[in-house]
Write a protein that binds this ligand. Structure first.
Ligand code: PLP
Length: 472
């Protein structure tokens, strides 16, 4: 008779019982979040000190594990899901997304190749084609056309992948490859260029609105060509991290195309807004783009991580990424099935599109558009209050949900605003620094208020404004 083993860790009945308990716990947490401090009151190392020095040798009652969520985990959280969270950019989750995470874990799929989990691949390709339509991206980005989309962990991964593909397509020694982006672009472009072995990175000057100057890009490319270097990769940002500056994609794309360089568009934050047709003018010129990345995990209610990478032509991507060891050979691959491991660096992948599928179906595009428009409207209201206040000034135009402003008395007074807001612990904003022609080339402190949480209302904005206005 075959030897049988007791179930390890948890029986199926316990799984049901504790699973229901944990769903209740998460639902309760989300009810409590608006009343919890946004920032934790802990010092570095304090949370580790609550944990035993070694892993348990024997099983512990699972009820104790659940109890530790309130004892250890909640006190160490920054409440990114709080309506008082106006820091960085949003990183929203939602109930449909949370349930999809649970189901994805339950399915336990490993979708490295079509044959290892056909549904992982086909759901992802299909839902990402939905996104091409929803965001009004060019049809070339569809997988039933020449290109396609794949889910990555982060925009940094997408940009790194694009840098590698561009380098391979250039076919020259990496030391001669040059990558270009604006001086305001996200640090992931610099990191990606470093990891991909680019010999040179040029941070191109920006204009009064912190957008990349296409004439300065053209000049830099000319100088590099004259020096025997190879313009390989250009990244335009649609919504920089600092101030949501919008690079002119079409003008930059024309320069990149003339130079034979790959054009990548980083719309990590702003991409979600493109489900609203009225914002698409901000990214006019995508017909010139070779790749595009954006993060549904920022503003679309799909919990981290879920970053999307679209390419207009999948051939160079696959050529750069594909290696076929004997143990992955199979008839489906030979007959042309899509193996998503060839679309990025990792081999293994879980069923990543489930979260997007659940969120898009549970909300519907119309409801998601309403959410985004509501946030943009609140950002415009705050912008008007800033403009009308004699002691405050915008440092950059408000294009979407981010309002960037300073105190007219200078950096110290500006930093004091952020300190006063963050000292409430029910509200959180990000103090930052920006440099450009409109700051006279000098670094200037400013306050970033990022409006994008799903539960934020005018009441929360009024609360924030009352703290800002009372101190200036
Ligand atoms: N690009 C932009 C414009 C961003 O704002 C960010 C993050 O805020 C990133 C890239 C990096 O995103 P990720 O954390 O997904 O790598």
């Amino acid at each position: 008779m075959a030897e049988t083993f007791p179930p390890l860790g948890m029986t199926g009945d316990d799984f049901r019982r504790f699973g229901h308990e944990l769903i209740d716990w998460v639902a309760d947490l989300h009810e409590r979040i608006p009343d919890l401090p946004v920032t934790p009151d802990v010092e570095p190392g304090e949370l580790r000190a609550l944990l035993p020095a070694s892993a348990p040798e024997d099983p512990e009652p699972f009820a104790d594990v659940i109890a530790d969520l309130d004892r250890v985990v909640v006190p160490g959280m920054v409440q990114w899901q709080s309506p008082g969270f106006f820091a960085w950019f949003p990183s929203n989750t939602s109930f449909p997304s949370i349930l999809a995470e649970l189901v994805a874990a339950g399915l336990g799929q490993q979708g490295m190749i079509w044959a290892s989990s056909p549904i992982t691949t086909e759901l992802e390709l299909h839902v990402l084609d939905w996104l091409v339509e929803l965001l009004g991206l060019p049809d070339t980005f569809r997988s039933d056309g020449a290109g396609g989309g794949v889910i990555q962990m982060s925009a940094s991964d997408s940009t790194h992948t694009a840098l590698v593909v561009a380098r391979e397509r250039a076919g020259v020694e990496p030391g001669r490859c040059v990558a270009y982006t604006s001086a305001q672009a996200h640090s992931s472009i610099e990191k990606g260029a470093r990891v991909a072995g680019y010999g040179h990175l040029r941070l191109i000057d920006v204009d009064e609105r912190f957008a990349m100057r296409s004439d300065a890009l053209a000049d830099a490319i000319t100088a590099d060509r004259e020096a025997g270097l190879v313009p390989t990769f250009v990244c335009a940002s649609v919504g920089t991290t600092g101030t949501t500056a919008i690079d002119p994609v079409r003008a930059i794309g024309e320069v990149a195309r003339e130079a034979g360089a790959w054009l990548h568009v980083d719309a990590a934050y702003s991409g979600s807004a493109m489900i609203c047709p009225e914002f698409r003018l901000l990214q006019d010129g995508l017909d010139l783009a070779d790749s595009y990345t954006w993060n549904p995990h920022k503003w679309l209610g799909v919990g981290f991580d879920c970053s999307v990478f679209h390419v207009a032509d999948r051939e160079p991507l696959i050529a750069a990424m594909q290696i076929v060891p004997a143990y992955l050979r199979n008839a489906a691959t030979d007959s042309g099935a899509t193996d998503l491991r060839d679309w990025h660096v990792p081999l293994g992948r879980r069923i990543r599109a489930l979260k997007l599928w659940f969120v898009l179906r549970a909300y519907g595009a119309a409801e998601l558009r309403k959410l985004i428009r509501g946030h943009v409207a609140l950002a415009r209201e705050l912008t008007e209050r800033v403009v009308d206040h004699p002691s405050l000034a915008l440092v950059a135009p408000t294009t979407l949900g981010l309002v960037s402003f300073r105190h007219v008395d200078g950096d110290e007074a500006t930093r004091a605003i952020a300190e006063a807001v963050n000292a409430t612990r029910r509200l959180l904003v990000t103090p930052s620094i920006v440099t450009g022609p409109s700051t006279g080339g000098e670094p200037v402190a400013f306050v970033r208020v990022s409006i994008g949480h799903q539960t934020v209302t005018r009441e929360h904005l009024d609360d924030l404004w009352s703290v800002i206005a009372s101190g200036v």
